[in-house]
Design a protein around this ligand. Structure first.
Ligand code: GAR
Length: 210
């Protein structure tokens, strides 16, 4: 049975979508912990009520990224995770931390990567005048928002969109694709190859573009 650890920083709606789907579909996995870098992350309340152990490792308690990531890694590894899920975890991670979880760490990013890395992705999309936008689930590598792509979902961009409207439309899709990908990893249908490419079971290929 795979151990899953989820990292959040705030609202935690993607974490919530994963937990709800896990409970509905009864995956052969254990939701071992939800860990936040902020004590006031709203998602911690939902996770606690769902019976998942929660932890806070505050970045404010550490002088630099290296010392923070070392403690975070130690905390995560208490749960021996097979899969580490970044769900709105708003921290830039050190290379050492990322490499420790190679092939075991995934992220969701609110844009169609490789377009619009970083923050304010919805405003970036509006400013660029694109007609489609979306979300991407990818394996995490040291390059920020640059890891191998697993799944993507597309939404239209309308002329009267603002950042909030577009964010809501994308978030709805995030909640569809992230639980789907997690389930397929739990089922060993998706993995990361040694050469950095994504290994997909043939039967799932069609289900990863939304
Ligand atoms: C989501 O839209 C997620 O894609 C984004 O933060 C939001 C978190 O929402 N993540 C990033 O921007 C990562 N660079 P949530 O806390 O409700 O899941």
């Amino acid at each position: 049975m795979k151990n899953i650890v989820i990292l959040i920083s705030g609202r935690g709606s993607n974490m919530e979508a994963i937990v709800r789907t896990f409970n509905q579909e009864k995956w052969d996995a254990r939701l071992s912990a939800v860990i936040s870098n902020r004590a006031d992350a709203a998602g911690l309340g939902f996770a606690g009520k769902a019976g998942i152990p929660t932890r806070v490792v505050s970045h404010k308690d550490y002088p630099d990224r290296e010392s923070y990531d070392a403690v975070l890694q130690k905390t995560i590894d208490e749960y021996q995770p097979d899969l580490l899920i970044l769900a709105g975890f708003m921290r830039i991670l050190t290379t050492g931390f990322v490499e420790h979880y190679t092939g075991r760490m995934i992220n969701i990013h609110p844009s169609l990567l490789p377009s619009f890395r970083g923050l304010h992705t919805h405003q970036q999309a509006i400013d660029a005048g694109v007609r489609v936008h979306g979300a991407t689930v990818h394996f995490v590598t040291p390059e920020l928002d640059g890891g191998p792509i697993i799944a993507q979902a597309i939404v239209p961009v309308f002329p009267d969109d603002n950042e909030d409207k577009l964010a809501d439309r994308v978030l709805e899709q995030e909640h569809r694709i992230y639980p789907r990908v997690v389930r397929l990893i739990v089922e060993d249908r998706i993995s990361l190859n040694e050469d950095g490419s994504v290994n997909l079971s043939p039967e799932v290929v069609d289900s990863l573009s939304f």
